[in-house]
Design a protein around this ligand. Structure first.
Ligand SMILES: Nc1ncnc2c1ncn2[C@@H]1O[C@H](COP(=O)(O)OP(=O)(O)OP(=O)(O)O)[C@@H](O)[C@H]1O
Length: 275
């Protein structure tokens, strides 16, 4: 059976590896730990809090976002929908730290058992946000699944310990998205549509994000792959804070805890899903 040392050795000299697969019974350990913590330690929770965020691209006079405010408590699934050109992607880019708001704040707020903030709000650091853009498979650059997932990992710096930690996180991420059965030598471009999306998600889950953002996760998939991704999102929302921008309201409706409409001019309003 392949184990973390197999991944680890492949991470260090990954070009010369034979075919292998993953089978990790222990990879749900963090999940169990989180459940235990929730029951036995406290009922504290965190919440993404976006307050009065406006954005005007440098050198322009037009606000693409106008005083956007919303909150998304942890382990919930938020959906933003709205017309093309209304500003949804612009908002996601701010949340991911790719651009900075012209004004307003994007924070993580921790609350205590009494429902009151129990510490000052913390800025949401970009490295704690996972984002999967539309059609992520178009940006796959590697010839193997392993190279795709580990693309961007430290090659020179960092000791064995760091690499071992990363390898364990990789096992867990692949297990989360149900890819623990596939060969890491496989060409990512040869995967089915649903599996390509799973791979794109696994890449974002290696470091567990405080916020997982998905831009049109069902776009361009056939019905089977769409159902596959919806099933996966149902599973992930139990553990993560998920924010999705999508036009596929019917298919995602059953997952949605909170919903907003982005109106033209970058104004966000709370809404029901118009089914
Ligand atoms: N850097 C920029 N400078 C000026 N205008 C911009 C810039 N980036 C985006 N825009 C404009 O801002 C508006 C919002 O774009 P955005 O991509 O956020 O919309 P969207 O709601 O995500 O649309 P879609 O559903 O088609 O993806 C559009 O009119 C777009 O042309």
């Amino acid at each position: 059976m392949a184990n973390s040392s197999v991944i680890l050795s492949s991470f260090i000299c990954h070009k010369s590896l034979p075919q292998y697969t993953l089978n990790f019974a222990q990879s749900n350990s963090r999940l169990k730990l989180r459940l235990t913590q929730a029951v036995s330690i406290s009922c504290d929770y965190t919440c993404l809090e976006v307050k009065d965020v406006s954005y005007r691209p440098p050198g322009t006079q037009v606000n693409l976002l106008n005083r956007v405010s919303f909150s998304l408590p942890e382990r919930s699934f938020g959906l933003i929908f709205g017309q093309s050109g209304s500003g949804k992607t612009t908002l996601l880019q701010l949340l991911a730290g790719l651009n900075k708001p012209t004004s307003g704040s994007i924070n993580i707020q921790r609350y205590g058992n009494d429902g009151k903030p129990n510490q000052p709000p913390q800025l949401l650091p970009p490295e704690r946000v996972g984002i999967v853009f539309q059609f992520p498979e178009r940006y796959f650059v590697a010839d193997t699944v392993l190279d795709e997932v580990t693309f961007g990992w430290p090659r020179q710096r960092g000791g064995l310990q760091l690499k071992e930690q990363l390898a364990l996180k990789l096992q867990r991420a692949l297990s989360w998205v149900g890819l623990n059965g596939i060969s890491l030598d496989k060409d990512p471009h040869s995967l089915s549509g649903g599996y390509k999306r799973r791979l794109a998600l696994a890449i974002q889950l290696v470091q567990i994000p405080d916020l997982l953002i998905l831009d049109e996760p069902l776009a361009g998939l056939d019905w089977k792959a769409r159902a596959d991704v919806v099933r996966l999102l149902r599973h992930l929302k139990k553990e993560l804070n998920v924010l999705v921008v999508s036009h596929d309201l019917m298919e995602l409706a059953a997952l949605v805890d909170l919903c907003w409409r982005m109106e033209m001019g970058g104004v966000l309003r709370k809404a029901n899903i118009p089914l």
